[in-house]
Ligand binder design. Structure first.
Ligand code: ADE
Length: 225
């Protein structure tokens, strides 16, 4: 899978590529992430990427030409998903992450300032994605979130793939509690069932805990029949 990212701040995104599962997925060549400086596609001497909004108002708007030039330079195929990260987009879910992880080429466009010229949305963008109902100062952190979440569901990215399958949301349930040594810590004991060695009881306990947590914390995740 290849992910091209168009951004004014490639360094923000680069840091996340250097650690953990994401770094390993890149090392194992399951994923390639290329960062592209939007300014390199500006067509004037000052490498201008933004301008005042028609109709007036506060804030600058990203110009269409550099974004069109950057996307065209990346040779998108008919299957390429061109994703604009924006609070106006569809909310990112684990299901959406899993669907995107099956694609072979994604182009992510990170906005800044007040927004982007609407013609980028009209003509280029195939998907708009939001990572939550709050406004970030740009799309870079959202792109980090998306790339990170995709990398951990790529087959063979995790040493133990079961770990991804057992994550919160993977079965529409939150994850169960986890314990490690010591058995007793500050008067808190690891539940006996986890020490029992009885795998079926352990599975049942974990499932019950997941359901109870989901009902308590995120009842909206429980599907109605
Ligand atoms: N850019 C600014 N805020 C964002 C958000 N919540 N999700 C995705 N991209 C964004």
């Amino acid at each position: 899978m290849k992910i091209d990212v168009i951004t004014l701040f490639p360094e923000i995104i680069r840091s996340v590529l250097e650690y953990g599962i994401l770094n390993r997925a890149i090392d194992r060549q399951l994923l390639r992430v290329n960062l592209h400086q939007l300014r390199d596609f500006a067509n004037d001497r000052h490498q201008t990427v933004d301008d005042y909004p028609y109709g007036g108002g506060a804030g600058m708007v990203l110009k269409p030409e550099p974004i069109f030039a950057a996307v065209h330079a990346l040779n998108p195929g008919s299957e390429t998903r061109i994703i604009f990260l924006t609070p106006q987009g569809k909310r990112l879910t684990q299901h959406c992450v899993e669907t995107l992880s099956l694609e072979s080429h994604l182009i992510l466009i990170c906005g800044r300032y007040k927004g982007i010229d609407e013609r980028v949305r009209t003509k280029l963008v195939t998907d708009e994605i939001s990572i939550g109902d709050y406004v970030l100062s740009g799309g870079e952190v959202a792109a980090q979130v998306l790339i990170d979440a995709i990398s951990r569901v790529l087959p063979n990215a995790m040493n133990d793939y079961r770990s991804a399958q057992e994550d919160s949301f993977s079965q529409d349930l939150l994850d169960h509690p986890h314990y490690t040594r010591p058995v007793e810590f500050e008067d808190m004991r690891v539940p006996d069932v986890l020490l029992s060695g009885h795998h079926q009881n352990i599975e049942q306990w974990r499932y019950d805990q997941s359901v109870a947590r989901t009902i308590q914390r995120r009842p909206d995740l429980i599907r109605q029949p």
